[in-house]
Ligand binder design. Structure first.
Ligand code: COA
Length: 158
């Protein structure tokens, strides 16, 4: 069976990595879908986000990385994935994630969403916080892969 883990990955964090590693054990193939997400005005271009996802995930097997635009459920249908995987870091995430899952169910009744809970070490990580810390010169080494750390340093160095 094929699963789809969708996200913007601006940039990919250790939190995303943990969910991907655990989810990859549940499926024959896990597709990591990198959403173009122009409405989020990402810091990194889609090409750079995909490139970093490749670098961070290179040691994992049974993973495929694809960029997509438009609705996540349409992309899932295109690649014949019937399960969406999302990570839950906190009860606050659950509210938004349930809305997303319900809407996706309305849009595509044959696609299920499953949730994996983040480990304690990663439950407080978000891409926005990482960018904020990096922009203020803070140490992000514990939260992202070194390739992402370098990319953020290159952007924020003064
Ligand atoms: N560990 C660490 N951070 C995590 C995480 C985890 N396990 N899971 C999510 N996050 C973070 C993300 O980095 C993001 O952080 P940020 O807002 O600080 O950048 C945040 O949680 C919220 O994520 P979200 O806003 O849901 O974006 P996303 O990048 O995870 O991707 C899509 C969301 C792309 C899946 C969703 O917007 C989507 O499906 N878009 C396509 C359009 C569509 O289908 N719309 C209709 C939906 S009903």
């Amino acid at each position: 069976m094929k699963g789809l883990y969708p996200g913007t990955f601006d940039p990919i964090t250790n939190g995303h990595y943990e969910i991907i590693r655990r989810a990859s054990a549940l499926f024959e193939t896990l597709i990591v879908g990198v959403a173009v997400s122009p409405e989020k005005e990402p810091l990194f271009s889609i090409e750079r986000r995909v490139e970093m996802v490749h670098e961070v995930l290179q040691t994992l097997s049974n993973i495929e990385i694809q960029e997509y635009s438009g609705l996540t459920v349409n992309f899932a249908k295109e690649i014949d994935a019937h399960v969406l995987v999302r990570g839950l870091r906190s009860p606050a995430d659950a509210q938004y994630e349930f809305e997303l899952a319900r809407m996706n169910k309305e849009l595509a009744g044959d696609i299920e969403t499953i949730f994996l809970s983040s480990g304690d070490n990663n439950a407080f990580i978000s891409s926005s916080l990482i960018k904020q810390i990096a922009s203020e010169g803070g140490d992000i080494a514990g939260f992202v892969h070194s390739t992402v750390q370098q990319a953020l340093l290159a952007i924020y160095k003064t």
